[in-house]
Design a protein around this ligand. Structure first.
Ligand SMILES: [Zn+2]
Length: 214
């Protein structure tokens, strides 16, 4: 990205790109495959087109989908204390409260399970036609906008860190054994971060706004 001789204010909007992190504005120059455009002020990646990135993201999204479902139903923890043992899944834990606490339960379940799930499904819905060189899916633009808007509300990784902290405390009182869902959650956190890094939002918006005619 370079500052051009023409004042930026005179350029049409689609020839400009603004750094989402620090608001620096640049004249758009499309990087070739393998190149990336970064903000020269704060080094945020602006455009990172990669060959086959779409396919990789779809593969990761499918893995995330399976892991979310698995991590929700399989036992997360087994606790042995005073001779009794108890295995709980995320869904058991989230739905354990009754009465007014049920709202809290539902909110927890939404943040750690349903919103990540919804984001994955929106990503697949938007990207599959793009990767297959088809015209964008119906309402792909609002779907992608919603998926990006939900990003801060997708809290699987916050939940995982919270669990880790709580477990350190509980480990003194009882024997704690991790179930399969714990490891699925671990993998999930890594994959969700990888997915967000692979995804070049600029490229997705380009293909949604200027679809190839077929
Ligand atoms: Zn910047």
């Amino acid at each position: 990205m370079d500052h051009a001789a023409t004042p930026l204010a005179d350029l049409p909007l689609d020839e400009l790109i603004v750094c989402p992190q620090c608001d620096a504005t640049y004249r758009l120059r499309r990087p070739k495959h393998g190149e990336r455009a970064t903000c020269s002020r704060c080094h945020t990646a602006l455009i990172t087109p990669r060959r086959n990135a779409g396919l990789q993201i779809i593969a990761v999204a499918l893995a995330v989908l399976v892991l979310i479902l698995g991590a929700t139903v399989f036992p997360f923890l087994r606790i042995d204390a005073a001779g009794t043992s108890n295995a709980v899944s995320i869904l058991d834990a989230a739905l354990a409260f009754g009465g007014p606490m049920i709202l809290l339960s539902l909110a927890t379940a939404a943040l750690i399970v349903f919103i990540p799930l919804l984001r994955v499904m929106l990503t697949l819905y938007v990207l599959i036609p793009v990767v297959l060189d088809r015209p964008p899916a119906r309402h792909a633009i609002p779907a992608f906008r919603l998926s990006e808007g939900l990003r801060p509300w997708s809290m699987a990784e916050v939940f995982a860190i919270g669990c880790a902290v709580a477990l350190v405390k509980v480990a003194d009182l009882a024997d704690v054994e991790f179930g399969p869902a714990f490891y699925m959650f671990g993998a999930l956190v890594v994959l969700v971060i990888a997915q967000d890094r692979f995804l070049c939002k600029w490229s997705v918006w380009q293909s949604l706004e200027h679809p190839k005619k077929s």
